[in-house]
Unconditional design. Structure first.
Length: 210
């Protein structure tokens, strides 16, 4: 099954994508994680992407489309995959279509802007492996330490409050039109994000079965 997660930054797409990934045994592909890795590694792509992400802007389509083309050609995507954070613009969705990729389900995770702003302030990520946590909703076993690898948890630069507002603005103008793009296909499922991660996951699984 080929699945797309849509939704605002901080809506919890990544968390839900991981649950589905574990259940179905297919990989999650997060363009955000790939970009952060490239920035950390100081690659040419990372150097280009950095100014955009830190300002809360989208990285140019050519760059992310290139990332996705390469990643989807890997062997582990043969039996299906989950896209977390791609497509984020109409041209990106068109690029997927042009690649001949058939999407089975598009899960739109809906969370009101006010709740997003609150969630983002509590979000922490592992400085080493990129695993994601939340001070309230997804606490690590030991405060400030990654469960997966033991490294330190930090706040992402683009989770600063001013940047979050910019990211929400970009979401509404660039990404939200994708709901319309996919709604005609009967593949779009709306999931209302709940306070509780497990409750959201139950709704996500249900949406995938419909
Ligand atoms: P979130 O979903 O929390 O906003 P991500 O980790 O998915 O964050 O992405 C972080 C940043 O990486 C985005 O704000 C953007 O700058 C860049 N990025 C990720 N995916 C894309 C994409 N598909 N198109 C353009 N930029 C992207
Ligand atoms: Zn870690």
């Amino acid at each position: 099954m080929n699945i797309i997660f849509l939704g605002a930054p901080g809506a919890g797409k990544g968390t839900q994508a991981e649950k589905v990934s574990a259940k179905l045994g297919i990989p999650t592909i997060s363009t955000g994680n790939i970009i952060r890795e490239a920035i950390k590694g100081g690659t040419a792509m990372g150097l280009k992407a950095r100014e955009y992400t830190e300002a809360g802007k989208l990285v140019p389509d050519e760059i992310v489309i290139g990332i996705i083309k390469e990643r989807l050609s890997a062997d582990d995507c043969k039996n299906g995959f989950i896209l977390d954070g791609f497509p984020r613009t109409i041209p990106q969705a068109e690029a997927l279509d042009a690649m001949g990729i058939v999407i089975d389900k598009v899960i739109d995770l809906e969370v009101p802007d006010e709740a997003i702003a609150k969630r983002m302030s509590g979000r922490r990520v592992c400085a080493k492996c990129g695993a994601s946590y939340h001070l309230e909703y997804k606490k690590p076993s030991a405060e400030g330490i990654c469960d997966a690898c033991g490294a330190e948890l930090v706040q992402r630069k683009d989770d600063a409050p001013e940047t979050v507002l910019e990211r929400l603005k970009v979401y509404h103008s660039e990404t939200e039109p994708l709901k319309e793009y996919y709604s005609g296909t009967g593949k779009l499922k709306i999931v209302e994000g709940q306070e509780n991660v497990e409750d959201t996951t139950a709704l996500t699984f249900k949406a995938l079965e419909d």
